[in-house]
Design a protein around this ligand. Structure first.
Ligand SMILES: O=C(O)CCC(=O)C(=O)O
Length: 315
């Protein structure tokens, strides 16, 4: 009886993701040529929880013309910044059966730029400015005049100012592993490009999860990276499948996910709705700024949490 009930629940969860595709999801992320007005943005994208690209949405920012390694060297070269360092480009990702977080280093911006342009060859590892604590306002306040501190049509649609504004810059080998956030995300590429692989929240039943011991990378005296358990953080549930090389023998249910790929180019804005899974790659030296608006904890959130509970029963 229990087995047949679980099979029935699994079938209904499959139906849910198929129906979401039939009813409202698209196989490609639509592209707008100009910023939407707040009402249109809310009605067509935020309310149905659908991603969209706004081409050229930030080309009026002075940073799109001005930001470059030379400009940063002159303007903020002596500024101390926080950098995530890993041996392989994967920060906050599964390695060797553990969930491994990066070593966080504080260094001058000019040192980081030397490492990025390879004029400093003494630093093995992949360096990525990716601290998500509103680091634009905290660590990059001297260049804030080159951008806007919110996206006006977004803030009007969300009915508030962003909860965090983050600055990202790093190595082309840096990859953000698949995860989801409870934020509405307006992701702006200032230089280079980012490639997102997206999975809609309705595919949650097919996204394999495992629980891993948390750990951090630590570079030792001879330059090798060790993985040290982080007992305080304990066990972390994380997406178990590598979207670039999915192991379908181990995780056959992943084959039912329908991923959508989208490249965000210089000057473009991606609206990444809350709870969508995302995996991110980038061009070398790519610079981005993103705005996180905490999602509404409304009926949509309630339904999603309910689905999470049902999925954990059926797994
Ligand atoms: O740009 C990246 O590497 C990751 C972005 C991301 O995960 C986010 O904005 O939530």
């Amino acid at each position: 009886m229990e087995g047949s009930l679980l099979a029935l629940i699994s079938q209904k969860l499959d139906d849910l993701s198929i129906e979401a595709r039939e009813l409202y999801l698209e196989s490609r992320v639509p592209r707008l040529k100009k910023p939407p007005n707040p009402l249109e943005f809310y009605r067509k994208y935020v309310s149905p929880n659908k991603p969209v690209i706004i081409e050229g949405g930030i080309t009026h920012w002075p940073g799109v013309r001005k930001w470059s390694p030379d400009y940063f060297r002159n303007k903020i070269g002596d500024q101390t910044v926080t950098v995530a360092v890993t041996p392989n480009g994967y920060a906050d990702a599964v390695n060797g059966g553990k969930f491994v977080m990066p070593e966080e280093r504080r260094m001058k911006m000019c040192q980081f730029l030397d490492i990025l342009d390879k004029s400093d060859r003494h630093n093995p590892g992949v360096f990525y400015i990716q601290k998500q604590n509103s680091n634009l306002t905290e660590e990059f306040s001297s260049i804030i005049e080159d951008v806007e501190t919110d996206i006006p049509w977004g803030s009007e649609a969300f009915g508030k100012l962003p909860d965090a504004v983050n600055f990202w810059m790093g190595d082309g080998r840096a990859i953000t592993s698949t995860h989801r956030d409870h934020y509405e995300n307006l992701y702006c590429v200032v230089k280079g490009w980012k490639k997102f692989i997206l999975i809609p929240p309705s595919d949650l039943p097919h996204v394999p999860y495992e629980t891993y011991q948390a750990a951090v990378y630590k570079q030792d005296d001879i330059g090798e990276f060790q993985i040290i358990d982080d007992e305080a953080t304990g066990q972390v549930p994380w997406v178990a499948v590598d979207l670039l090389n999915p192991d379908l023998e181990k995780y056959p249910q992943y084959a039912k996910c329908q991923t959508v790929e989208v490249t965000v180019r210089e000057g473009d804005v991606l609206y990444l709705p809350s709870l969508w899974f995302h995996h991110v790659q980038q061009s070398h030296g790519c610079i981005a700024v993103n705005f996180w608006y905490d999602m509404e904890f409304d009926i949509k959130y309630n339904y999603y949490k309910f689905m999470e509970n049902i999925v954990s029963l059926a797994r």
